[in-house]
Design a protein around this ligand. Structure first.
Ligand SMILES: [Zn+2]
Length: 51
């Protein structure tokens, strides 16, 4: 009987990005932009380097 090699599938998981509220500093991990924070501030994707 055929015995194939096991192939490792690199399954890219849904990567969650971290978003930090620019107003209160709250950090949320989400796959998509979480929108507005409870405090009313805007979330900034922490993956992006902001200088
Ligand atoms: Zn906030």
């Amino acid at each position: 009987m055929p015995h194939g090699q096991d192939v490792e599938h690199e399954n890219a998981p849904d990567e969650a990005s971290k978003y930090e509220c620019l107003h209160c500093g709250d950090i949320v991990e989400s796959e998509s932009h979480p929108g507005a924070c409870d405090c009313g501030g805007q979330f900034q994707n922490r993956a992006k380097s902001l200088e």
